[in-house]
Design a protein around this ligand. Structure first.
Ligand code: ADP
Ligand code: MG
Length: 270
């Protein structure tokens, strides 16, 4: 360094929460309490925990769809005051417009964030390809399967080029087989697009497969029970799920998370 300091270049903090608390019902119900966590740029993080532990609330706070009761929440060092094009949200329910074709749905997402027309067309083609939807670009959502509809929604959000992709149980409504196909496609997409991804799930296998790190929330009030980097993956993201299952350490991790989940649900480890 030329200035003589010994600072290492700082990796950007995609999200930083400090003592974040979110209450409802005039402060009588605490959904999230004292959450302090830092999520790095280019990380894939899963929020996992029992139903009602505040996963969706945490995601909505990051999306700016609601505001903290107490504490601080920053994205790339800026306080979050509301939604912004830097954070794209994908919901569980398919959110495509039924009156627009797959292509037009994707183009519409870009129009909303002010991307010029010529670029919209070009980028939509790239997205349709990435989502394996080229053959269905002129189809309307009602004629598409659940997995395809969700791919349209993901493609539309990705085409807006957010820095952070927020996903709330994105594959929760899909059949098991479509679900793992979507998970594998997501790995391909994230690697290609270099996104920071925060995914909510209650599916342990999905969390281990998709993430570099898992944040485990305890039940009511939601607090961080564990912050678990998946070291056994050695920073790798596997294109195929069976490669994950072959990794030494996979079964132990699955068992550990299952035990934590049981502990939260029943209040015992027995
Ligand atoms: N707008 C709201 N008003 C009152 N309670 C809410 C509201 N939103 C969420 N909650 C409550 O906060 C808790 C956490 O909800 P949520 O974040 O949806 O949990 P999860 O996604 O982990 O299942 C739940 O008990 C839920 O009922
Ligand atoms: Mg939820």
């Amino acid at each position: 360094m030329t200035d003589g300091s010994h600072k290492t270049p700082k990796r950007s903090h995609a999200v930083e929460a400090r003592n974040l608390t979110r209450q409802y019902v005039n402060g009588t119900f605490t959904a999230l309490e004292d959450v302090t966590v830092t999520l790095q740029e280019n990380e894939i993080i899963s929020f996992i925990g029992p139903s009602g532990c505040g996963k969706t609330t945490m995601l909505r706070l990051i999306a700016g769809l609601e505001l903290p009761t107490r504490g601080q929440l920053l994205t790339f060092d800026e306080p979050i005051h509301g939604p912004g094009p830097d954070r794209g949200m994908i919901f569980q329910a398919y959110t495509s417009f039924p009156w627009l074709t797959a292509r037009k749905n994707i183009e519409y997402g870009m129009k909303v964030v002010g991307i010029p027309k010529a670029e919209r067309k070009q980028k939509a083609s790239a997205m349709l390809k990435l989502m394996h939807l080229e053959k269905f670009e002129d189809s309307y959502p009602h004629s598409l399967s659940g997995g395809m509809k969700q791919r349209v929604a993901i493609g539309r959000t990705l085409a807006q080029n957010p820095r952070i992709l927020l996903m709330d149980e994105p594959f929760g409504a899909l059949d098991a087989q479509v679900r793992w196909e979507m998970q594998e496609m997501m790995i391909e997409v994230i690697e290609r697009e270099h996104k920071t991804v925060i995914a909510v799930t209650h599916d342990i296998e999905e969390a281990i497969y998709l993430s570099d790190r898992i944040i485990f929330f305890s039940a009511q009030p939601g607090r961080i029970k564990a912050n678990i980097p998946l070291e056994f993956k050695n920073g790798r993201r596997f294109p195929r799920k069976e490669e994950l299952f072959e990794q030494p350490g996979y079964t132990d991790m699955e068992r550990r998370l299952f035990a934590m989940m049981r502990e939260e649900i029943t209040g015992s480890t027995a």
